[in-house]
Design a protein. Structure first.
Ligand code: AGP
Length: 608
C-alpha cells in the first residue's frame, strides 16, 4: 500500500504535497518523491528513506516552485526501496509524470511489449510501465491516453498523472486502490486517503472504480472509462486527522483486521493463473522442486504459528516431511540439514534477529533458502536465496493480523505448487482448492460482520485470569495464534494446548468458570474434540467453540458457538483466526489496554 497526493491551485504545490504525504506515511514509508510543474518543465525530487529525507532535500519544498504537482510515499512491492524506484515515474522525455498506489499484475508482459517498441526503462517498478504506456497512447489528448492505458492494465491502481503539455490540469484515476478528490479554498487536491486533504477541505469526492478525475485550479471534472462526463456529490468528512489515518477505526489493529480480505486477495491474485499456481519468485525449476526431500519452516511468534499450520498442508498435499522450528531454538540445536532441504523463513518485518540468524545459519550450511516476507527489500528478503512477498501492505499494530493471514496464504500456495509439480494431488482437488482459496476473502468479510456478537462475548472476560485454547491437528496451530493474540494485547495469561494433551497435567488448572476456547474444524476429529470438551466442562470450564457451519453436534458440549463458513480442511485456520483476533482485540479494548502498542513489545524484534 502506498500513498499518493496531488494539488493544483494558487498556492505553492510542494509544501502542500509534503504535508499531505506526511499524513499518509502510515501507508508506506520506505521512499518518497514529488514532481512539480515549474511553468516550463516538470521538476522532480525523490529519495529512499522516510519523508524527512525528501523534506530536507527540497528545503520543505522551496526548491520546487510551481502550483501543480503530485507526490508519493512508497511501500515497495516491485523493486527494492531506492532512489530510482521511488515515485514519481516518467516517460523518456519526462513530459508525463505518474504516481501509483496498487499492483500492476501484467506489468512484465506490458514492459516486454514496450521494450520491443524501443522504450527504455530506468526502474524495477511495475509503475514505470504506466508512464511509458501513457506516452505510447498520448497523441495530444490526455483523457484518451489515460482511457487507452486503463484498458491495457490489469491489477489495482490509484494514479496521479501530470502532462507537461497540459500544465493547468492534473489527472487521477482509480481501480481497486482508494482515491479521493478534494475541493479546497485555494485549489483542488487528490489523495489516497482523507488525512492528506483535511487541512485544506472537508468536502471530498470518493472516486469509484474506473472513474477519472481532472483537476483544474478552480474546478473538478469527472469522467467514466468511456470518457463521458459524470456527476459526483461531495461528502463532508467529520473525522479528525488521527481518526482518519485509521480510516475511522479506533485502532490500527482493528483497521488491519478489516483489511484482511483485500490483503488476502492481493497475495493470492498474481499467483493463480488459468487454474494453476504460478510462483515465479520461487526461483525453482520443477526438477528442483521434485528434488526437495525435506522442508524446514523457521520463524518466531505468529509467523511461527503459520508454519505449524503449513506443516499439515505441505505434508497433506505434497507428502514432503516438514519440520517447524522456533528461530531462536533452530540455530542452537545443530540441526541436521542436507542439500535436499529447503529452508523457509517467515517474517512480516524481515528484520527479526532470531529469524535472520537462522537464515544465515542455513545458508552457511549450503541449504537453499526462501523468505516469506512482507517488507520489500528488508534484510531477510535480501539475504534469502529467493523471496515470496506477502502483499499485506504496512502493518502498524504490534499484534499482527493481516500479515499473519497473508503468510498463511503464501504457505498454502507453496504447498499447492509443490503438490502440482509432484503430481500428488488430482486436478479435481486442485481445482476445488483454488476455488476455495478465491472464496476466502468473501468468507472473511462474512465473519467480520459478527464483530458486535464477539465484542459482547469478549466483554464477559475482561476480568479473566486464565484462558485456554485447545485444538487437534491444524486446529492446534490456530489455537496457538488465538492464545498469543489474546495475551499479547490484553495481558491475560493464556495457553494453547493440543486437546488430547490436557489430561496429562494441565487439566488440573481448570476451575469453575475457566474459559476454554475449543477450535474444531476438522471433521475427522470432531468426536475426539467433543470428548475433550466434555472433559474440561465436567471440571467447571465455560466452553467457547469455533467450528464449521453445520456442525451443530457441538452444541451438546459448548456453551457458546461461533460458526465459520465451510472451506477446504487445509484453509480453516484462515477463517477460525478472525473471531479469535476480534476476541483478543475486544478483551483488550474492554480492559482499556493500549491495543496498538502493548507493553514490553515491539513491532519488529531486532534483538536476540
Ligand atoms: C505477533 O502478533 C507478534 N507481533 C510477534 O509474535 C511477531 O509475529 C514475531 O515477533 C515475528 O515477527 P516477524 O514476522 O516480523 O518476524
Amino acid at each position: 500500500m502506498c500513498g499518493i497526493v496531488g494539488y493544483i491551485g494558487t498556492e505553492e504545490a510542494a509544501p502542500v504535497l509534503l504535508d499531505g504525504l506526511d499524513k499518509l506515511e502510515y501507508r508506506g514509508y520506505d521512499s518518497a518523491g514529488i514532481a512539480v510543474f515549474d511553468g516550463e518543465k516538470i521538476q522532480v525530487a525523490k529519495a529512499r528513506g522516510r519523508l524527512k529525507v525528501l523534506n530536507e532535500m527540497t528545503h520543505g519544498g522551496e526548491k520546487l516552485p510551481g502550483n501543480c504537482g503530485i507526490g508519493h510515499t512508497r511501500w515497495a512491492t516491485h523493486g527494492i526501496p531506492s532512489d530510482k524506484n521511488a515515485h514519481p515515474h516518467f516517460n523518456e522525455t519526462e513530459s508525463i509524470a505518474v504516481v501509483h498506489n496498487g499492483i500492476i499484475e501484467n506489468y512484465l508482459k506490458l514492459k516486454k511489449l514496450l521494450q520491443e517498441k524501443g522504450y527504455k526503462f530506468t526502474s524495477e517498478t511495475d509503475t514505470e510501465v504506466v508512464a511509458h504506456l501513457l506516452d505510447y497512447y498520448y497523441k495530444g489528448d490526455p483523457l484518451e491516453a489515460i482511457i487507452r492505458t486503463m484498458r491495457r492494465v490489469d491489477g489495482s491502481y490509484a494514479l496521479g498523472i501530470m502532462f507537461q503539455e497540459h500544465p493547468g490540469k492534473l489527472f487521477a484515476v482509480r481501480k481497486d486502490s482508494p482515491l479521493i478528490a478534494g475541493k479546497g479554498k485555494n485549489g483542488n487536491l487528490i489523495a489516497s486517503d482523507v488525512p492528506a486533504v483535511l487541512k485544506y477541505t472537508r468536502d471530498v469526492y470518493f472516486i469509484q472504480n474506473e472513474e477519472i478525475v481532472c483537476l483544474e485550479a478552480d474546478e473538478l471534472n469527472f469522467y467514466n472509462i468511456d470518457g463521458e462526463p459524470i456527476r459526483k456529490e461531495a461528502v463532508t468528512i467529520q473525522w479528525d486527522v488521527s481518526a482518519a489515518e485509521k480510516a475511522g477505526y479506533e485502532h490500527f489493529m482493528l483497521k488491519e483486521i478489516y483489511e484482511q480480505p483485500k490483503a488476502v486477495l492481493d497475495t493470492l491474485n498474481p499467483r493463480i493463473r488459468e487454474g494453476r499456481i504460478e510462483i515465479e519468485e520461487l526461483g525453482m525449476s520443477d526438477d528442483e522442486i521434485r528434488a526437495i526431500k525435506k522442508i524446514y519452516i523457521v520463524a518466531c511468534g505468529s509467523a511461527y504459528h503459520t508454519g505449524v499450520s503449513a506443516k499439515y498442508v505441505f505434508e497433506g498435499l505434497a507428502r514432503i516431511p516438514v519440520e517447524v522450528d522456533l528461530a531462536s531454538e533452530f540455530r542452537y540445536r545443530n540441526p541436521i540439514l542436507d542439500p535436499e532441504t529447503l529452508l523457509i523463513v517467515v517474517s512480516q518485518s524481515g528484520e527479526t534477529a532470531d529469524t535472520l540468524a537462522a537464515l544465515r545459519e542455513a545458508k552457511q550450511r549450503g541449504v537453499r533458502t526462501l523468505g516469506i516476507v512482507n517488507v520489500v527489500g528488508s534484510s531477510i528478503a535480501r539475504e534469502a536465496d529467493n523471496v515470496m512477498y506477502t502483499w499485506a501492505g504496512p502493518e502498524i499494530a504490534v499484534a499482527t493480523t493481516k500479515a499473519y493471514s497473508t503468510q498463511l496464504i503464501a504457505e498454502y500456495l507453496l504447498a499447492m505448487k509443490f503438490a502440482q509439480v509432484k503430481g500428488t494431488v488430482s486436478t479435481a482437488e486442485m481445482d476445488e482448492m483454488i476455488q476455495e482459496l478465491k472464496q476466502l476473502p468473501v468468507h472473511i468479510e462474512m465473519l467480520l460482520d459478527h464483530k458486535e456478537k464477539i465484542q459482547r462475548f469478549a466483554n464477559r472476560y475482561i476480568a479473566a485470569k486464565d484462558i485456554f485454547f485447545i485444538g487437534r491437528g491444524i486446529d492446534y496451530a490456530i489455537s496457538l495464534e488465538g492464545s498469543l493474540k489474546l495475551k499479547e494485547i490484553s495481558y491475560i495469561h493464556s495457553e494453547a494446548y493440543p486437546a488430547g494433551e490436557l489430561k496429562h497435567g494441565t487439566i488440573s488448572l481448570i476451575e469453575e468458570g475457566t474459559l476454554v476456547a475449543a477450535v474444531l474444524t476438522q471433521e475427522e476429529l470432531y468426536k475426539k474434540m467433543i470428548s475433550n470438551m466434555v472433559e474440561v466442562k465436567t471440571r467447571g470450564a465455560f466452553l467457547l467453540a469455533v467450528t464449521n457451519v453445520g456442525n451443530t453436534e457441538v452444541e451438546k458440549a459448548a456453551d457458546y458457538v461461533i460458526y465459520i463458513p465451510k472451506t477446504h480442511k487445509y484453509f480453516t485456520n484462515s477463517l477460525a483466526v478472525i473471531p479469535l483476533q476480534l476476541f483478543g482485540y475486544y478483551v483488550a479494548l474492554g480492559k482499556g489496554c493500549d491495543v496498538d502498542k502493548p507493553r514490553n513489545l515491539a513491532k519488529s524484534v531486532t534483538v536476540e
